[in-house]
Design a protein around this ligand. Structure first.
Ligand code: MG
Length: 272
């Protein structure tokens, strides 16, 4: 069985800033009140819907439940499993997996620094002037929006410090995440595999440092060319030729080709 565990934002769905000028084949897949938030190409949307019919598609995202539920295209597809909060929560048919929840709670209680303590440490080192806002997303990870890119060397220094207390620090674009090391996408995918999806061939896709272990740990991994981790050299990992929305479509095309070979389904078959 083929399983496609895929990141969402900047991998298969994209914000306005990625919209190519004059591209006609664009479809809106997320709205927040009256605001248009995320897009795919029409072809990519069709591919995702077809894929969900023939293989196991697992959306894997750092979004919390509320942010996730806004994505309309996911309400149009059939899927059983999804991983939210960067791996902090796993849902089976819409219900949170209780065992995984318990594992996360137990490890959280054993952290070397609490959520409040790690945030205070961060603010002590970096100050709050450069922050736009911060929130504790889904009670599982701090998401800090910053005004400008933070110096990588200073962040790395703090990351090394935080590691000793069980914490990870990850920057992608103008967001910085403070989250326990055990809350990661790869760990959640491995749990899902071991518990529910034995003997599968795992394909994964993602663009950021938060996806790296999930992508490299899969049998085959895809990274969009515009991604923070693009160009990663691994024999099982491929970077797309395209950037932006067409990169998402290219990833889905590749997975469809793999699914088609495996399941004997033709890519051009429109009966799905
Ligand atoms: Mg992403």
């Amino acid at each position: 069985m083929l399983v496609f565990a895929t990141d969402l934002d900047r991998t298969i769905i994209f914000s306005k800033s990625f919209l190519p000028a004059g591209c006609a084949d664009v479809t809106l897949v997320e709205r927040k009140q009256s605001e248009s938030i995320a897009y795919m190409t029409g072809a990519a949307r069709g591919l995702l819907k077809k894929l969900a019919r023939i293989i196991t598609v697992v959306p894997v995202t750092t979004r919390n439940r509320e942010e996730y539920d806004r994505i309309s295209v996911l309400q149009e597809i059939d899927y059983k499993y999804c991983i939210l909060n960067n791996g902090g929560r796993i849902y089976i048919n819409g219900t949170e997996d209780p065992t995984w929840k318990e594992i996360i709670a137990r490890k959280t209680a054993a952290l070397g620094k609490t959520y409040d303590q790690i945030l205070q440490e961060f603010l002590k080192v970096f100050g709050s002037d450069e922050l736009r806002r911060y929130k504790l997303s889904g009670d599982l990870l701090w998401v800090l929006s910053v005004k400008d890119y933070f110096p990588a060397d200073r962040l790395e220094c703090f990351r090394q410090y935080a590691k000793d207390y069980g914490w990870n620090v990850a920057a992608t674009g103008k967001k910085i995440y403070l989250l326990p090391l055990f809350i990661n996408k790869r760990a959640a995918v491995v749990y899902l595999q071991n518990t529910y999806l034995a003997d599968v061939r795992l394909v994964s896709a993602g663009d950021s440092i938060l996806d790296q272990d999930m992508v490299t740990g899969a049998d085959i991994g895809f990274i969009p060319r515009h991604g923070d981790i693009a160009g990663l050299k691994r024999s099982n990992v491929f970077t797309t030729v395209n950037t932006g929305l067409p990169a998402g479509e290219e990833i889905l095309e590749n997975v469809m080709a793999m699914a088609g070979r495996k399941e004997g389904c033709l890519i051009g078959d429109d009966t799905f």
